[in-house]
Design a protein around this ligand. Structure first.
Ligand code: PLP
Length: 394
């Protein structure tokens, strides 16, 4: 019996298994008492106009299979969004609507790499990039981000790099660190990709997640010269619009050969995204009633971000990341982030995510979300203050 050997390199199930095992040992009331600052799933509900658009679409029309690329209306709305948001001209036919960024990110290596290739992956980062590449037998080279290099790791000189690099995964604003790249950095990355005939996959799932409505530093890679030839951008409706349950995102590809290959793959993999989800996404981008609701939600997230930042700072943990993402990225009080997570859960019943789960560069750090009410965030900080790993003299 053959099971894909790529699974052997996945350590996430093990990582979260440990936390689940601890939770299983809790009584019902202890379990209810856990404050989860773990998973990045917005707790404020999807704006009503989006839900109404989805419901109306469902009730008023019979739907067969949707189109693989997605509705023209949604692709046009995305093109307008790119023009207004990123000031880049966009052709609606260059977008393929997909069933959530995660699914597409996991599958892109299937289309844009071959056995024996390798991938350059930003570290720390969303684990799906690495898992997908290792699952497909690609060799992985980490672009090693550190607190000291502001998570903009050195790009290897092209001549010295592994000649088999076929894929480069980047994500700005970054989950988990909140880091953002500058133009010069991106231009060097694009130059490297063109030189090596590699494809850059840029994940912008957090481009519009702006706690406190501070101006987002998110950007489209297509603002940079040369990107047309080598870049693929993946976006999501999940976080800014609280649409994680709806499973809808997009892949934007300007290069016609790359786009044709992705379209061909998609036409075999799935049959498009449900029309009612697409109607919800159209409302998210076009219904004028949605924007003030999202802004009000971001005000709430902004207050929570301030509270969490203050609390973690009072524990001397130097949090960062909350300007551009729903995540605080902060120093673990002990070097082993898995162990710290266990202590937080067992002794304070506060659930955070160990940095090691985001790659080797995440070790020594922890991630906490703002997807809990202010009272729970305050309570989580008070509980952490009681832990012996936070000695007063620290
Ligand atoms: N990209 C990043 C960086 C994420 O953190 C997440 C989810 O947490 C996703 C993509 C997944 O987005 P979607 O809900 O569209 O699958």
């Amino acid at each position: 019996m053959g099971v894909n050997r790529g699974f052997e390199s996945w350590n996430r199930p093990y990582l979260f298994q440990q936390l689940e095992d601890i939770m299983r040992g809790f009584s019902d009331s202890e379990r209810r008492d856990v404050i989860s600052l773990g998973i990045g799933d917005p707790d404020i509900a999807t704006p009503i106009p989006i839900r109404e658009a989805m419901a109306a679409e469902h009730l008023n029309r019979y739907h067969g299979y949707p189109s693989v690329e997605g509705r023209r209306e949604l692709r046009e709305a995305l093109a307008r969004y790119y023009e207004e948001r990123f000031h880049v001209g966009a052709d609606p036919t260059h977008f393929l609507i997909g069933p959530g960024a995660k699914t597409d990110l996991f599958d892109l290596p299937a289309v844009f790499s071959n056995p024996g290739d390798s991938a350059l992956i930003l570290d720390p980062a969303y684990p799906v990039y690495c898992d997908s590449c290792s699952f497909r037998g690609l060799r992985i080279h980490f672009l090693s981000g550190t607190y000291e290099n502001a998570y903009l790791p050195p790009i290897p000189p092209s001549a010295e790099a592994d000649p088999s690099v076929a894929l480069i995964f980047i994500c700005y604003p970054n989950n988990p660190t909140g880091a953002i790249a500058n133009h010069e950095y991106l231009d060097r990355m694009i130059e490297f990709a063109l030189d090596r005939h590699a494809v850059i996959i840029h994940d912008i799932a957090y481009a519009d997640f702006t706690p406190g409505n501070k101006p987002s530093q998110g950007f489209s890679i297509f603002t940079r010269p040369g990107s047309d030839r080598c870049a693929i951008e993946v976006g999501s409706f999940s976080k800014p619009f609280s649409m994680t349950g709806d499973r809808i995102g997009w892949v934007y590809i300007r290069n016609s050969d790359l786009r044709a290959a992705w379209r061909r793959y998609r036409s075999n993999r799935d049959s498009g995204v449900s029309d009612f989800d697409q109607a919800g996404a159209v409302a998210a981008l076009k219904d004028p009633a949605v924007k003030p609701i999202v802004q009000a939600n971001m005000e709430v997230y902004g207050r929570r971000a301030e509270l969490l930042e203050k609390g973690l700072t009072s524990l001397h943990l130097r949090p960062s990341g909350l300007a551009n993402t729903p995540y605080a990225w902060f120093r673990s009080p002990i070097p082993d982030s898995r162990r710290a997570t266990e202590i937080f859960l067992k002794e304070a019943r506060v659930l955070v995510t160990p940095g090691a789960g985001f790659g080797p560069g995440g070790e020594g750090f922890l991630r906490a979300t703002i997807f809990q009410p202010e009272a729970s965030i305050s309570e989580a900080i008070s509980r952490l203050k009681q832990l012996s790993c936070f000695e007063p003299e620290r």
